[in-house]
Design a protein around this ligand. Structure first.
Ligand code: SAM
Length: 328
């Protein structure tokens, strides 16, 4: 391990401080401490490169014994319990599953000709495959069943808030490492991935409720890469349905060449392609006429940007032109 390795890891943690500050001041503090701690940086440097990042380390610690109280507590736990932390880092991955993202997908799904087959690539535990089972509140306008999963969305622009949820007749998920919403260990890992902060309580409650929905009516799950398994997924589409290939917060994990192959594959199929991803991850979604995208995600249909959304859902801004321009 060289000084350069340690500095590289410290740099990643310093960058994470700004990302975490608005939603999780505790994680921002922990990241600051790690960036300045030779002991923790040394521990991380012994791990493979994809296993050193802040959100994975902090989730592993939450999984094992709750979030550290502060930087000193984090350092003590890594010194005293390093083997168990290492094992979780090596066997788990960042697979945050946030059903609130359905609040940004619903206005688009509801305008497509139904019934719908949903094929979600990068599905994690499949919690975004149930947009028809959740209840929504778009600035006070309620949509969907009044069950235990409630998704609040602040809107701006001309969001086409639907009057009802779409009919979904088949749900298929693809993931390199699917999580099982009925498995207590996977559920505990999903909880550990939620950052501590003002929104955590609401997110955790929603996660539990959505996992119950998914466990009661499991989707068809295919393990493997999104490009390789897409043809297999199509075999499970319901006859006569509109097939929607969808994904949220997945493409940042996919290497550029594989992203391009995925875009080519989806573009050549008789399906609709719904994405909620960082700007530019889907071809044609990198530009915004005025202003920047900031940290927002872009909601796109068939490569056409329709809206921008908060990365974990909760806010949705419709772009001028919206769905009319997309020809749904
Ligand atoms: C951040 S999670 C997002 C989960 C879910 N889409 C959501 O928004 O709540 C990203 C998921 O993509 C999966 N993933 C990453 N690369 C993949 C690939 N090449 N093929 C299939 N799944 C992949 C990961 O395993 C992980 O479960």
């Amino acid at each position: 391990m060289t000084e350069e390795d340690l500095e590289h890891i410290a740099h990643g943690y310093r960058q994470f401080v700004a990302e975490a500050e608005p939603t999780s001041p505790l994680y921002a503090d922990l990241a600051r401490h790690v960036a300045a701690s030779p002991a923790v940086l040394g521990f991380l440097a012994e791990l493979p490169t994809g296993k050193r990042q802040p959100n994975l380390l902090f989730a592993a610690l939450q999984f094992l014994g709750g979030a550290p109280a502060d930087g000193l507590d984090l350092e003590r736990r890594i010194t005293e319990d390093g083997d168990r932390v290492r094992e979780v880092l090596l066997t788990r991955a960042t697979q945050t599953n946030e059903p609130a993202r359905c609040g940004a997908l619903l206005p688009v799904l509801a305008q497509l000709d139904g019934p719908l087959t949903l094929i979600e690539v990068g599905t994690s535990a499949g919690l975004c495959l149930y947009p028809d089972r959740y209840g929504y509140d778009y600035d006070g306008v309620r949509v969907g069943p009044t069950g235990s999963v409630r998704i609040r969305v602040e809107t701006s622009g001309n969001v086409p808030v639907p009057q009802r949820v779409p009919e979904v007749v088949a749900r298929i998920g693809i993931d390199l490492n699917p999580l099982d919403p009925a498995d207590p260990g996977d559920r505990a890992w999903l909880r550990a991935l939620v950052w501590p902060g003002p929104a955590a309580e609401e997110r955790l409650a929603r996660l539990e409720a959505a996992a119950e929905v998914a466990a009661a009516e499991p989707p068809t799950v295919l393990r493997g890469d999104l490009v390789d398994r897409l043809p297999d997924a199509l075999e499970f589409a319901a006859p006569g349905s509109t097939v929607v290939v969808m994904h949220t917060a997945v493409l940042p994990y996919v290497p550029r060449d594989a992203r391009a192959r995925f875009a080519d594959a989806v573009g050549g199929l008789p399906v609709r392609w719904l994405a909620q991803e960082p700007p530019g991850a889907v071809p044609g979604t990198g530009e915004r006429p005025a202003g920047g995208w900031g940290r927002e995600f872009v909601v796109s249909l068939d490569s056409r940007p329709l809206a921008r959304s908060a990365p974990h859902g909760g806010r949705l801004e419709w772009l001028v032109g919206g769905l009319e321009a997309s020809g749904t």
